[in-house]
Ligand binder design. Sequence first.
Ligand code: NPW
Ligand code: K
Length: 454
Amino acid sequence: MVGGPVLTAAQMRAAEQAAFDAGVDDYGLMETAGAAAAAIIWRAGHRRDTLILCGPGNNGGDGYVIARILRDHGVPVRVAALGESRTPSGQRARAAWAGPVEDMMTAAPATQLVDALFGTGLARGLDEGVAARLCALAGAAVLTHAVDLPSGVETDSGAILSAVPQFGTCIALGAYKPAHLLHPAAGVVARLMLADIGIATPGTVRRLAAPKLAAPDAGAHKYSRGLVAVVGGAMPGAAALAAGAAAHAGAGMVRLHAAAGQAIPHAIVSQAADDLTDPRIRALLVGPGLGRDAQAAQRLARALAAGHPTVLDADALMLLAGAIERIPAGAILTPHEGEFQRLFGDLPGSKIDRALAAARKSGAVVVYKGADSVIAAPDGRAAVARGASPWLSTAGTGDVLAGLCAGRLAVTGDPFRAAGEAVWLHGEAARRAGAAFVADDLLGALPAAIAARL
Ligand SMILES: NC(=O)C1=CN([C@@H]2O[C@H](COP(=O)(O)OP(=O)(O)OC[C@H]3O[C@@H](n4cnc5c(N)ncnc54)[C@H](OP(=O)(O)O)[C@@H]3O)[C@@H](O)[C@H]2O)[C@@H](O)CC1
Ligand SMILES: [K+]
């Protein structure tokens, strides 16, 4: 589940500096970055007429390198600048282009547009006229590529600082940046590519990648594969949905502790009493449909006292607001924005920073849900998922995710890994379910999503 690195602007600069200190040539790195981007742009556009917009910093420098390489490959390239190059490497790349440079504000559009105006050095939104011109040129193009970042997005937060067009491709240089994965910035890019520029990019935040799952071994039986207990409550449907997801996630057996007489999937064992003492329980889920009254609080207290690896969702999170010290170490929490706020208040920084701070404070793995889910561990590791289906914004999908977390926790025994696998399977099941699905449909899509990762 470990994908490419995600670095902030400062971390990226530090990685570049470390490479320079180790003897990598400044300008050579820009040539490497430009060549990597040019190769991707060439594959997309071949000999289509191309306009490259170059800014005053090193992102603009990349643009001049790309322009020269594409021109040498026979692409009809024009370059339009926003001001003079101000960095030594940018000036060198500009000189090596050795072709005309138009003014971006008056340059005619082209079939293919490359945005090399600003990258990690963007300090504020673009001037209104410049942003409007960028949008107009992108709107007139058939193919659009952003070099490193779309100009106008804030690298570290994913905020949009000025009007940004939709890009077909964004070529992340050396590492992903938070803005590639966090909304709203992530939403302006259809296809995200990571270009290797040959420098080390150490860090503990990664993009969530497709997991490698394992089929049960030949001697497996239902208990060896993992027993999940789901504590139900006031709204039985939510817990039943979560139990179904836990069963489909690969757990050997799921026990739903709910009132008798409820409709539950046949493979799930219903047990009325809250006897959670069974030592074979490998994961316990409490929260979906639990309710928030005194009885719910009691059920939550019993669940926490049972001492099993625990997944806490929905109402359980609301009941624990103001009492995060009750959260067992190593638990998985699955808050959406509102639940996160209630539990942890207003934390500073990006969604990644907030998820990491919450994990540190609670000692739990935090799955900070949304279109851009962040999975954070207390030890500083985080995985960021990009591109969740917008159709997931429907009732019950959170219960499915919580069930998947419990199921994978029972199978793997590793909360961070389990949460990452759950988020990935949830996203993949949604992709396979297509459009306008309901939460129950995700269960049907899970076997194929799992099979694809064996
Ligand atoms: N380090 C390296 O060797 C390598 C770096 N690489 C590349 O460099 C990129 C980072 O380069 P960078 O740091 O030069 O920043 P960049 O994004 O080009 O812009 C900074 C310039 O814009 C200006 N400016 C800022 N905001 C503005 C605004 N709203 N409107 C107008 N002006 C504004 C700001 O000046 P300011 O006015 O803030 O003083 C400054 O002049 C990175 O994303 C990657 O593409 C790769 O080639 C690999 C090798
Ligand atoms: K750019």
